[in-house]
Design a protein around this ligand. Structure first.
Ligand code: UTP
Length: 297
């Protein structure tokens, strides 16, 4: 039996430049899909996978994110006085236990690997998950829960993997795979943002990881990689060189890249269409819009 994964790191210290000017004052992770901020989807997924400690790697300007997880006694009292039990229940799903959340600062945006490394003292000597909140995954069984289940068999490091079109692959960390067992791929190499035509496969790493403390040790020695940033991919790849197992799990589910405008808008539509109270109105509106768009061409 492998050790339980009870801690997760949420790196949220990036600048979010693709969402400027909004991200001048709003952290990207507070942008909403319908009515829940991106970060709430990430927290819900972590909880469903058995995570008990939530470690946020933040930076200047992320105050709204910290406030979001505070209880809101004035609002709660107001809703209670007005008998708005349904809204109180909604708020209740967002409340976190005291002491369950920790915030640590990344003082310079030196890359994802560096952000994860900033949380090393809070992780100590146990396996941990990393969740990038801007990758939102709609799935019957949440993606991290699928990974934890597979990890119980494999141990080592595990990354979420997804097939992407060849012309998009150079935006991702890409797996060089050794074999395939169902949806599990033992990995023999990983490369961050390979040059077009040099990619070892079309299996890309997306923002869910289960990692061993050895990766934190590797990060201490990792030099800057692609884009001049300290890359998490490089530190995981070092595990393979050291002869320790790294597996890719091709998860079941639909991933939305909410760090990009197109992905975020697609997710907004998909999540709204999944809501009973919004579906009909939105569907009618979309039909009208498409018809108008066609007529205008
Ligand atoms: P992105 O590559 O999406 O960068 O980071 P970004 O800064 O958030 O957004 P853009 O590209 O400027 O629009 C992927 C994840 O890694 C975190 C980000 O917060 C995001 O969750 N990250 C990235 C850090 O925490 N620190 C960094 O130095 C870089």
């Amino acid at each position: 039996m492998k050790r339980k994964v009870t801690k997760a790191i949420f790196p949220v210290a990036g600048l979010g430049t693709r969402f400027l000017p909004a991200t001048k004052s709003i952290p990207k992770e507070i942008l909403t899909l319908v009515d829940r901020p991106l970060i709430q989807y990430a927290i819900d997924e972590a909880r469903a996978a058995g995570i008990e400690e939530f470690i946020f790697v933040t930076s200047r300007g992320k105050g709204a994110l910290e406030d979001y997880f505070d209880h809101s006694p004035v609002l709660e009292a107001e809703l209670a006085a007005k008998g708005k039990q349904k809204l109180l229940d909604v708020l209740d799903t967002t409340n976190m236990d005291s002491g369950a959340i920790a915030y640590i600062r990344q003082h310079k945006a030196l890359g994802l690997g560096h952000a994860v490394w900033c949380a090393r003292k809070l992780i100590g000597d146990e396996p941990f998950a990393v969740i990038l909140p801007d990758d939102v995954i709609a799935a019957e069984k949440p993606c991290l829960a699928q990974m934890v289940e597979a990890y119980q068999e494999t141990g080592g490091c595990m990354v979420a993997a997804m097939e992407v079109p060849r012309d998009k692959v150079s935006s991702y960390g890409v797996l060089n795979i050794e074999a395939q067992f169902g949806n599990l791929y033992p990995v023999r190499g990983m490369v961050e943002k390979p040059k077009a035509g040099t990619e070892p496969s079309n299996l890309a790493v997306i923002g869910r990881y289960i990692l061993t403390p050895d990766v934190l040790e590797n990060l201490s020695q990792t030099e800057k990689g692609a884009g001049g940033e300290i890359q998490l991919t490089d530190a995981i790849a070092q595990e393979i060189v050291a002869g320790r197992p790294v597996n890719g799990l091709r998860f079941d589910g639909q991933r939305y890249d909410c760090g990009s405008k197109a992905g975020y808008l697609q997710a907004t539509i998909a999540f709204a269409l999944a809501r009973d109270e919004l579906r009909d109105e939105l569907r009618d509106f979309m039909h009208e819009l498409v018809a108008m768009d066609k007529a205008a061409q």
